[in-house]
Design a protein around this ligand. Sequence first.
Ligand code: ZN
Ligand code: ZN
Length: 402
Amino acid sequence: MSPCGAELKVANKALSKVELKAEVSRQVEQQRQELIELSLKIHANPELGFKEEKASGWLTSYLAGKGFQVENGIGNLPTAFKAAYGSSKPVIALLAEYDALPEIGHACGHNIIAASAVGAAAASRCIVDDYGGSVVVFGTPAEELFGGKVFMLKAGVFDGVDVAMIMHPGVRDTATTEALACIGLEVQFLGKAVHAAAYPEQGINALEAMILAFNAVNSLRQHIKNKARIHGIITHGGEAANVVPAYSAAAFLVRAMDNAYLDELKQKVLNCFEGAALATGARLDYRWGEVVYAPMKNNLALAKLFAQNLESLGRKVEPFEPHFGFGSTDMGNVSQLIPAIHPSVAIVLPNVLLHSSDFALAAASESGHEGLLVAAKALAMTIADLLSESQTLAKVKDEFSG
Ligand SMILES: [Zn+2]
Ligand SMILES: [Zn+2]
């Protein structure tokens, strides 16, 4: 049969919105086995950021097989891709992530993000066939640590996109998400090594400088705004107990609700390290991360469409509450420039935490597969809303520019 519900059509008339939604949902269901296999394959072969060769290869060949025009290596990132069906406006983008975490693999469930994006896109072909516009999957590597989407934005690969959506597997069904502005900081102290017992007075202790700086950050933390976060690890703390450490290094992340407070906080954090340098005589070297993750700007009109569609599939969408926990995502940067949503679809109970080995298990479980399929359906149904009625898309865009 035709991929576009030909048996439902009367005299070549386009399907109504209700028929269209039932049809795209059926199209996702038809791909059930393929999508689960794709998700499990990515899950079983975890690849770190910018090294996702297998995942991007499997995803692009899947989409090419469904008639999408594929471009690999966009934005000068070898594992990024663009796969388009249709070439006219408006352009609805589904973003796929597929990077894993060191040691714990797909503990963020990006295999489900990727499979739901391609499943929703393939199901949406009939919407494009009937109503025009285009559906594009962007493969966006290295979300976890390197902010692949930030490089893609700089390279202009999202230019011309009208709406961008990505789902994330989680512990609740929500249509909006909170994500903090975030920047990395690498610091090192340079001191002077001497025998720790024989001539301590001639040494300059780089580890003590780092410990002082950690304590200063701990003190600062009492007096920062709600939801700001500062956390770090010592990556180098000395060579031997009988040598005054001449070198110490640490990696920090600084997060805030908005970019303005992030800037303020950056200076306060830096003061902690400069103060420690002054106190110990060690020299401070530091480098702020190249990529700044922006906070998420939720498009509420778009979130409402997604929520209605997810609820029509039997899920209960919770209003987002601040105590749900939040991190940062490079989808925040996309959402500052394009109307966007980053909903969460539950695959496991709320006592399981993201980035845990239990969440990695959930990402390959039956409930993970169900989350994948229901998310793909809700995404495709939201594309039906956007492409079948121009006033719906206009409302989403008005909210963004208003
Ligand atoms: Zn994630
Ligand atoms: Zn993550």
